[in-house]
Design a protein. Structure first.
Length: 164
């Protein structure tokens, strides 16, 4: 394999397809992160209130109620399934880059761990393990960093001119 990875050798049409996919995927991913920030203030207390409610907090500006079991199960189910597919596709593209094998392996596998910790953590926090809000926050941050790094390396590989 070339030092730049096989992604740099793809035909222009395939590079354009990957580029369009990555732009669209990034807009979707980061709009989801923005939604998390807007609904939880991206802090452990906000995460807890998002799923467990804040009815006892008289100073709250927005009243939130504990999610039902059906709401939690739907959220966990939908996010684990959809993000698994997203990170599988992203990992497949990362596999074509020329980055260090250990970093490549980390970027390909870590998101699956973070997905399970983040959304499994939401379920366990909702079930009463309140300390899981810290796991949720950490794994969510790590998932975002991994997504961003993978996207960077993919775009870098796409921008390298095809060598003859």
């Amino acid at each position: 394999m070339q030092i730049h990875g096989i992604i740099s050798q793809f035909p222009k049409e395939v590079k354009l397809l990957i580029f369009a996919f990555m732009i669209t995927l990034s807009i979707g991913f980061f709009s989801g992160i923005r939604f998390v920030n807007d609904t939880s203030n991206s802090n452990p207390q906000g995460i807890e209130e998002r799923y467990l409610g804040n009815e006892e907090n008289e100073a709250a500006t927005t009243m939130q109620f504990k999610k039902s079991k059906a709401e939690i199960m739907t959220l966990v189910h939908n996010h684990i399934l959809s993000l698994s597919v997203i990170f599988f596709l992203l990992g497949g593209i990362v596999a074509t880059t020329g980055i260090n094998k250990k970093l490549k392996s980390f970027l390909m596998i870590e998101p699956f761990v973070s997905v399970l910790l983040t959304f499994g953590g939401i379920y366990f926090m909702w079930s009463g393990l309140l300390w899981m809000k810290y796991v949720i926050m950490f794994s969510g941050i790590l998932m975002t960093i991994t997504f961003s790094a993978s996207t960077f390396f993919i775009f870098k590989g796409l921008l390298i001119k095809k060598q003859k």
